[in-house]
Ligand binder design. Structure first.
Ligand code: FAD
Length: 430
């Protein structure tokens, strides 16, 4: 493309890492941790209190349907122990809290959901991108946007029944370009890292970090460059965490992106609104303390005390680890140890709507930009699904520290647009 870079007419910059009610994007397994930690966290405590959410008691961690299933499971514990007429308080109206509340309300229990933000959905948040000429705003997701594991995702038939037509995205067929030369064998480099990680953690040996596995591969030249690109785009962007904080034993074992993903036109709000319909959800009430005893539970916000029989808590693990809200008498030592095994990554998204699609269009709508050091290495071209020229750029972990912190949204958008332009120019030149 020749000439000045077109600038977006509207945008949204997500800051999940800084937001006080998420402090991160999704969970991953740290060295020494394991998926069993997720199940330990799901164990009810004193028969009064249970955790739920994407990091808790699920084999579909870090995904919306896993969070929902975790909430349903916590509700099933309640249903198994609660006497008729009990009142259950759910803290947090993310997918986990909605799964719990929907199940309890449908079973006839009185259930109150207390949510800190002035909206439901937590890390699923549909925003509107305005046009410049009065044509309709388009909806796009600042957090979760795809239904993953579509064939076995319970939201897939739900979305279709709600009139949504999910659009398949092939994450294995990106339009890719690199700032430092032709794109190398990134897939091969990732496969070699996986092999080295499995070899390093085979049998009854302690877990190590993926960082140390990568270093032990002693790669140089083109092989080292391909491995760095694979790490930026396939590992760090997948966890949002540091490589030295990522488990070599489990990273390649947990399921995630690239396994039958469908993008949701109109955004997650259609599903969220349906699931929340008729529930007693109290917005704008950050919970400061949850207390349980043999006689029941008390959930405290700045200006009210909500009393109940049991509590299901959908607070993200990053907040639980920093003691927000205060839990009394507190998590047992097994839960605290499990919490230490799970990290919370930071992946941020910028959504940008333009007057026209000026970047090259690929068949999968998926783009990769291998920059050195990494910037927005993953892009989704949402134009065909949205019906308007919209792209979503993703940036992770240390790149967030370099490109987000201390910058205004407008500055971030300018830098993201420049990265998209560079990706596009390099792609067109090759
Ligand atoms: C950029 C991004 C992209 C993603 N893409 C996808 C995707 O394409 N597909 C997918 O399946 N998943 C995706 N995810 C992950 C997905 O969004 C999460 O796994 C899921 O939404 C988490 O749900 P949850 O209920 O566990 O937590 P949350 O959604 O975080 O819900 C927790 C709730 O608790 C509330 N809360 C916090 N503190 C308090 C308090 N003190 N008092 C009261 N309430 C409180 C929060 O406001 C929030 O509503 C993405 C996430 C991000 C950030």
């Amino acid at each position: 493309m020749i000439g000045a870079t077109p600038q977006p007419i509207s945008w949204h910059v997500a800051r999940w890492g800084d937001e006080p009610f998420s402090r991160g994007s999704w969970s991953y397994i740290r060295p020494g941790g394991s998926p069993a930690d997720r199940w330990t966290l799901a164990e009810p405590i004193d028969n009064r209190f249970a955790l739920c959410g994407e990091a808790v008691g699920t084999d579909q961690a870090a995904m919306t349907h896993g969070a929902y299933a975790s909430g349903v499971r916590a509700a099933q514990w309640c249903l198994g122990v609660a006497a008729p007429g009990e009142r259950i308080v759910v803290v947090g109206a993310g997918f986990g809290g909605l799964g719990a509340a929907r199940t309890l309300a449908d079973a006839g229990y009185e259930c109150v959901v207390v949510e800190a933000r002035d909206r439901i959905g937590g890390r699923a948040h549909t925003v509107l991108l305005e046009s410049a000429d009065g044509s309709p705003a388009v909806a796009a997701d600042a957090g979760a946007a795809w239904l993953q594991q579509f064939a076995k995702n319970p939201f897939a038939p739900l979305a279709v029944s709600l009139g949504v037509a999910p659009v398949p995205t092939d994450f294995h067929a990106p339009l890719a370009s690199a700032s430092d030369g032709p794109v190398g064998d990134v897939g091969g480099a990732l496969a070699r890292l996986a092999g080295a990680a499995r070899a390093a953690t085979a049998g009854p040996v302690p877990d190590v970090s993926l960082d140390s596995v990568a270093a032990s591969m002693l790669l140089t030249g083109e092989d080292a460059r391909s491995l760095r690109h694979a790490i930026d785009a396939d590992v760090v962007l997948e966890t949002g965490g540091a490589l030295h904080d990522t488990s070599a034993r489990w990273f390649f074992e947990e399921d995630g992106v690239g396994n039958d993903d469908h993008w949701l036109p109109g955004g997650y709000r259609t599903i969220l609104d349906h699931l929340a319909s008729g529930l007693d959800i109290r917005l704008g009430r950050p919970v400061r303390e949850i207390v349980w005893s043999s006689s029941g539970i008390v959930v405290e916000t700045a200006d009210e005390r909500i009393v109940g029989d049991r509590c299901i808590c959908n607070i993200p693990v990053s907040l639980l680890r920093s003691g927000e809200p205060v839990l009394r008498p507190g998590l047992p030592s097994a839960h605290r140890a499990a919490l230490a095994g799970i990290g919370m990554g930071v992946v941020e998204k910028v959504l940008m709507r333009f007057e026209r699609r000026w970047w090259p269009a690929g068949s999968s709508g998926y783009m990769r930009w291998y920059d050195d050091p990494a910037t927005w290495c993953e892009w989704g071209d949402l134009t065909d699904g949205c019906g308007a020229p919209v792209v979503a750029g993703l940036i992770a972990h240390d790149a967030v520290a370099r490109h987000h912190h201390g910058r205004t949204d407008a500055e971030i958008v300018r830098a993201a647009t420049a990265a998209l332009r560079q990706w596009s120019d390099v792609l067109e030149a090759t």
